[in-house]
Design a protein around this ligand. Structure first.
Ligand code: ATP
Length: 505
């Protein structure tokens, strides 16, 4: 990824080229929801399929040199509401939020910083952490209205949540000029609820799942009883999750409806630490394999005060983070690898009154397995691929999308140079041969330069052109997206050429 582009550039390319659109756009949109267009859907599905392939169909080699045993499931989005009591989400899955009484804006309290002059007197100005524009505004207002000693730039900043509430009346919110319009932080449930059945009422309340993980825990015994799996083994799932995020933002990074790709790896407590390390390492490498560069990825151990309600004392969470343009030079979470202990299985056993455990016949031991959970965002992963690929350039399109060919939405384009002289016939035949195996596009409209530009913006790695020479010697040109160099190959070898380039990594 080159850092010399803004999110607006990327969002506008995504809209222009049919990757991602705001949901319900003709009605003014709906905050936190997005639709994937034809190219975005292909890109996301390619990432999803690569994950499923590398997790379920062809899982990695484990600590003993044997392939891991992982099976896939697809559980319901809506489950018995007791599931979310047992999991700790009802009552625990909250974010502290702050409202502005004047503008009606809502903020995550733990995302707000306040800035004051060096002695902390006078008005304080709140801004959204990591949002340059918001911080800039706060600093300017402070400099304009408060006595700030020009020689002393030691403004004090602190988290809003750390301020005593009696100074809130001196705080100016991020989008207002008035003091005292921010409410005290209040807990806000992130779960969407709905009503099941026609009668309504609180007793029929159910929730849209906020994570795919619980569907896996609910099916642990079903899988053990039907699949002849032996601990250690994993269950994988990809699907939608819903969170009523207080402040959805940064394009599809934080949305209210998104997709997750989660593995619950069940193992003996004694081996959990080793597996935890295994998964952290493996998952980071996997993102690199998808095309994210090493310098844009980092692993970060959670501090003990950020651990989620299920990650108990002594167990860890590692975030695999990506340097998104809106976090740079910092990083934002792409995937969390968490040691969940046996919290979930034990809680479901307790709340359901059913036995949920595993009997190891060889060791003659019955126990509740511990769980290592690599939990990745498919939507966030798609955003990382888009950010990584966006490459400003001086070619006519001014930008090209440098996707790893394995995730590129379109693998190749086939162009007759002109739409006559027998060229369309050869191009059509090549298109028909190629499309049996790969996602390819035929395009005979407009100048060759415009056709290249369209494919560069779509991130298509190869363009095959049938020209005058083809009629004489059966050769065609292949243009490489990244270098724009061209080589000639025999048309009969074109399918094999593309197969070879797209060989599994
Ligand atoms: P965050 O701290 O960013 O809110 P989280 O720690 O709550 O994320 P997890 O519960 O660990 O996230 O979820 C696992 C993965 O699901 C995250 O790494 C992320 O990729 C994805 N994810 C979580 N919330 C969202 C969201 N609102 N929009 C898009 N993806 C999300």
């Amino acid at each position: 990824m080159s850092n010399n582009f803004s999110m607006e550039d990327l969002v506008s390319l995504c809209k222009r080229r049919g990757f991602i659109f705001p949901a319900s756009e003709i009605y003014g949109g709906i905050n936190g929801f997005w639709d994937y267009g034809p190219l975005g859907t292909e890109l996301k599905n390619n990432l999803r399929d690569a994950w499923w392939h590398d997790t379920v169909h062809c899982p990695p080699i484990g600590l003993d040199g044997e392939p891991l045993s992982i099976v896939g499931i697809d559980s319901s989005i809506i489950q018995n509401p007791k599931v979310w009591e047992a999991s700790g989400h009802v009552g625990g899955f909250n974010d502290p939020m702050v409202d502005c009484r004047e503008t009606k804006s809502r903020y995550r309290a733990d995302h707000l910083q306040v800035i004051a002059n060096a002695n902390g007197e006078g008005r304080m100005y709140a801004f959204i952490e990591g949002d340059e524009e918001s911080e800039d505004r706060a600093r300017k207002l402070l400099a304009k209205y408060e006595k700030v000693d020009a020689l002393d730039d030691a403004y004090t900043t602190s988290l809003l949540t750390e301020l005593p509430t009696d100074v809130f009346e001196r705080v100016v919110g991020p989008d207002t000029k008035e003091v005292g319009t921010l409410t005290e932080p209040r807990q806000f449930s992130l779960m969407f609820d709905t009503t099941v059945g026609a009668t309504g009422g609180d007793e029929n309340k159910a929730y849209l799942r906020p994570e795919t993980a619980q569907g896996i825990f609910l099916n642990f015994m079903n899988v053990v009883d039907t699949m002849r799996v032996k601990v250690p083994f994993g269950i994988a799932q990809i699907g939608k999750a819903f969170r009523n995020e207080v402040t959805p933002r940064n394009f599809i990074f934080r949305s209210r409806e998104f997709e997750q790709m989660e593995i619950e790896w069940f193992c003996h407590e004694d081996e959990a630490q080793q597996w935890y390390e295994f998964w952290c390492e493996y998952r980071k490498n996997w993102w690199q394999k998808m095309g994210l560069s090493t310098e844009n990825l980092q692993m970060r151990q959670h501090d003990s005060d950020e651990l989620a309600h299920y990650a108990k004392e002594g167990y860890g969470t590692f975030d695999i983070e990506y340097k998104f343009p809106f976090t740079a030079p910092g990083f934002g979470e792409l995937e969390g690898v968490t040691h969940r202990g046996n919290y979930d299985l034990s809680r479901h056993a307790e709340f359901s009154g059913k036995k949920i455990n595993y009997f190891d016949q060889q060791k003659n031991e019955r126990y509740t397995p511990h769980v290592i959970e690599p939990s990745a965002g498919l939507s966030r992963g798609t955003l990382a691929l888009l950010c990584e690929a966006y490459t400003p350039d001086d070619r006519p399109s001014k930008v090209f999308m440098k996707f790893n060919p394995h995730v590129a939405p379109i693998k190749a384009a086939i162009f007759p140079l002109v739409n006559k002289n027998g060229m369309p016939e050869i191009a059509t035949k090549l298109h028909e041969d190629m499309r049996k195996k790969h996602v390819v596009q035929y395009d005979a409209k407009q100048s060759i330069g415009k056709r290249y530009a369209r494919m560069d913006e779509a991130g298509t790695p190869y363009c095959f052109v049938i020209d005058g020479e083809t009629l004489e010697d059966n050769t065609i040109t292949v243009r490489d997206r990244d270098t724009t160099t061209q080589e000639r190959i025999n048309v009969d070898q074109a399918v094999a050429y593309l197969d070879d380039k797209l060989n599994p990594v």
